[in-house]
Design a protein around this ligand. Structure first.
Ligand SMILES: Cc1cc2nc3c(=O)[nH]c(=O)nc-3n(C[C@H](O)[C@H](O)[C@H](O)COP(=O)(O)OP(=O)(O)OC[C@H]3O[C@@H](n4cnc5c(N)ncnc54)[C@H](O)[C@@H]3O)c2cc1C
Length: 398
């Protein structure tokens, strides 16, 4: 009987897990199903580009996974029953249920309005495709001289503000940051950021904590208001509530708590990868929601699942940070080199070379997803019945 592996979510992390497992395990031993709500891969790292009218290359899953042995199912996941080991899905052919022996949860994240009044009604977001398309349509209708305020001084806010300012020099673009601009960067990185913001004419409101968003302005907690024809909310990401509604152990953020092999600490037949996982990285700090950590977490989970099913040695993939790659429009960028636990070191690359480097990183991340089995060394040891049952046996009450 085949061991049923169901992977939920075909973003950077889920697609990589599915492809890698297909290379690591024998087709006769496993049935791998990859469930995703949309029929093509969404390059989330380019959502600010989509919002400013750029065309992104379509990447349909049926082409990407053709011939790999992975069955792609286009459906929305509506629930997980981690005790019955089933997933509820809803697709073009109606509602259904998928049973699994091993589950990989990779549903990623969306925007995080943080309960700030007015955000849900008035703000735009770029955490996913629908939000980016909505903003794209709104920006296209904005007349010269109107103001766009990007809220959030982190990586996504900085990328969004510079992209909009470069694409639409006729608009007034502002950034509202809770701290100082680029506070977390090295002096060189910070200086470059200020230079680019100056060149693009972006106004920066530092130490500005937004307390509410209204139709035509954002208001700070102390009552200071900044006019905004459009407010773009980019203050970090929040995970989908599905995991929280299960018996899986989740963190306060709703992420599934996993061990060093990305395996759920409460349910050994469940793994979580990417933004959906609460995994500890170097320095015992939670991994940041990013492709930078999501991709190695996917390699680690796939290799651990394959090792456990076939009796191989448990792998150890090093999950550490090397740099933060920030686009500053299409012609400029910043590569901030960091320690293993993501703290800035003095070295940074700036300017056109950095823009080129960042583009290369985005392209290779998408290439890895679009060619999920290419370049993955095949190690196809047979799945043993004893090993396959081990996960569920561990779940039996003592
Ligand atoms: C504008 C922007 C710029 C970014 N830049 C960078 C960067 O430069 N570097 C970096 O490392 N990170 C960056 N990130 C963060 C990065 O995109 C995410 O951390 C990464 O996409 C997480 O990967 P994932 O596979 O966990 O989730 P996702 O990429 O979000 O994939 C989740 C998948 O699950 C699917 N899904 C969700 N819910 C359901 C459901 N209920 N049913 C079925 N399918 C579902 C989605 O359709 C999607 O395909 C950026 C993000 C944004 C928005």
């Amino acid at each position: 009987m085949q061991h049923r592996i169901v992977v939920l979510g075909a973003g950077y992390a889920g697609a990589i897990v599915a492809g890698r497992l297909a290379k690591r395990l024998r087709r006769e031993d496993v049935a791998i199903t990859l469930v995703n709500a949309e029929p093509d891969f969404v390059e989330r790292v380019r959502m600010h580009q989509l919002a400013t009218g750029q065309r992104l290359r379509p990447r349909p899953f049926d082409e990407m996974f053709a011939g790999t042995g992975v069955e792609v199912r286009i459906a929305k996941v509506t629930g997980v029953d981690a005790d019955r080991r089933t997933v509820a899905v809803s697709g073009a052919d109606g509602d259904g249920e998928l049973a699994y022996d091993t589950l990989v949860y990779a549903l990623g994240s969306g925007w995080n309005p943080q309960g700030v009044p007015g955000t849900a009604e008035h703000a735009y977001e770029i955490a996913g495709r629908p939000g980016a398309l909505r903003l794209r349509e709104r920006l296209a209708r904005l007349g010269a001289g109107q103001t766009v305020v990007v809220v959030g001084g982190g990586l996504t806010g900085v990328e969004a503000a510079t992209e909009i300012a470069e694409a639409r020099p006729d608009l007034r673009v502002a950034l509202a940051a809770r701290d100082g601009l680029g506070d977390w960067l090295s002096p060189k990185g910070r200086e470059h950021l200020r230079k680019v913001f100056g060149r693009l004419g972006i106004t920066v409101h530092e130490h500005f904590t937004v307390g509410s968003v209204e139709a035509d302005r954002v208001v700070a907690a102390d009552g200071t208001a900044v006019p905004a024809a459009v407010t773009v909310w980019a203050t970090g990401f929040a995970v989908h509530p599905i995991a929280q509604a299960t018996t899986l152990e989740v963190s306060e953020t709703g992420q599934i708590v996993v061990d060093g092999t990305l395996r759920s600490v409460s349910h050994p037949d469940v793994y979580a990868v990417g933004d959906a996982a609460m995994a500890m990285g170097p320095g015992n700090k939670p991994l940041r929601m990013s492709c930078a950590s999501g991709t190695p977490s996917a390699w680690q989970a796939a290799d651990a699942i394959a090792a456990r099913l076939t009796g191989g040695k448990l792998p150890h993939v090093s999950i550490r940070y090397f740099n933060q790659c920030v686009s500053l429009g299409r012609k400029d960028g910043l590569i901030q080199f960091v320690t293993a636990d993501d703290r800035a070191v003095p070295a940074a690359l700036t300017g056109r070379l950095a823009a080129f480097y960042k583009e290369l990183v985005c392209k290779s991340a998408a290439w890895g997803v679009a060619n999920p089995t290419l370049g993955v060394p095949a190690r196809r040891r047979p799945v043993t019945a004893k090993r396959a049952a081990a996960g569920s046996a561990l779940r039996e009450p003592a």
